[in-house]
Write a protein that binds this ligand. Structure first.
Ligand code: NDP
Length: 268
């Protein structure tokens, strides 16, 4: 069982921890990588192809006085994920936490969607999350490590269909359904791996200012922000506290849940 955290109040101290963040070089993942490093963790940043990922990881490490390294790995390749996670465990480990955050979207009317679109979205958002979660769980089970925590980035799209105008949906049914799939995956993996003292939870962001939302037309952005109780999109670092709490031993009794960090969007 995870040790009872020491220290004042609910401060989070990740000294001695090693956390893998997929999609950790940009957007929400980068904010979580930075917050983990600030809390003292060694951080392994997984990216797919961004040219500046190594530099980003170096900067995070230098600014926070911790080891932070980038590893190029396509999460949709199960074998590569297993190999890369083993390498991280050998070089930086033992790994104690995973944030399975990498995700992609295809925005297109349903009548135009193809099998390639399906594969593009599901191979990363569902199979990629599964690959990462299973690879880290295997490491922990093989080494008898207890207290590992997996945090999956889902989305409020797992529950609702966003609108670009009143009654007009944002056309991304593969994305939405992939997030509903990982929402359920979270419960299933939590149920299967509780016996190994592995916790699995999801953080479901609402709209966040990242590359994924930067291409949105201004009129759509304004409409969407106006419909949110807090009246604005979030910044990436506003997703980090929930992820850090779930990674920490403070959350030792939390598993199988999806936590919405959405500016109140689901109220209405
Ligand atoms: P970004 O588009 O800013 O970044 C995506 C990240 O995922 C990049 O680091 C990218 O790496 C990585 N990535 C994509 N495909 C792969 C792959 N096959 N293998 C490894 N890494 C990959 O995304 P956001 O920060 O906006 O989103 C992060 C997560 O949050 C996603 O799961 C997204 O669905 C979810 N989310 C986002 C919301 C938003 O409003 N932004 C709202 C709700 C959920 P590289 O840079 O190398 O391409």
């Amino acid at each position: 069982m995870a040790p009872i955290p020491k220290g004042k109040g609910f401060s989070i101290d990740f000294t001695g921890k090693c956390i893998i963040v997929t999609g950790g070089n940009r957007g929400i993942g980068r904010a979580i990588s930075e917050a983990c490093a600030q809390a003292g963790a060694r951080v392994a940043v997984i990216y797919r192809g961004s040219k500046d990922a190594t530099k980003v990881a170096e900067t995070i490490g230098k600014e926070n006085g911790v080891e932070c390294k980038a590893y190029q790995c396509d999460v949709s390749d199960a074998e590569l994920v297993t190999k890369t996670f083993k390498q991280i465990n050998d070089e930086m480990g033992p790994v104690t936490g995973l944030v399975a955050n990498a995700g992609v979207s295809v925005v297109k009317p349903a009548l135009e969607l193809t099998k390639d679109d399906f594969e593009k979205v599901y191979s990363v958002n569902v199979f990629g999350v599964f690959n990462a979660a299973r690879a880290v769980a295997k490491l922990w089970i093989d080494t008898k490590y207890q207290g590992g925590s997996i945090v999956i980035t889902s989305s409020m799209s797992s529950r609702i269909i966003n609108q670009v105008d009143k009654g007009k949906p944002l056309t991304q049914v593969f994305y939405n359904s992939s997030k509903a799939a990982v929402s359920n995956l979270t419960m299933g993996l939590a149920a299967e791996w509780a016996q190994y003292h592995i916790r699995v939870n999801a953080v479901a962001p609402g709209y966040v200012e990242t590359d994924q939302t930067s291409g949105m037309e201004e009129s759509i952005r304004t409409y969407q922000a106006a419909g949110l109780p807090l009246g604005r999109f979030s910044r990436p670092h506003e997703m980090a506290p929930q992820a850090l709490l779930l990674l920490s031993d403070h959350a030792s009794y939390m598993t199988g849940q999806e936590y919405f960090v959405d500016g109140g969007q689901l109220i209405f």
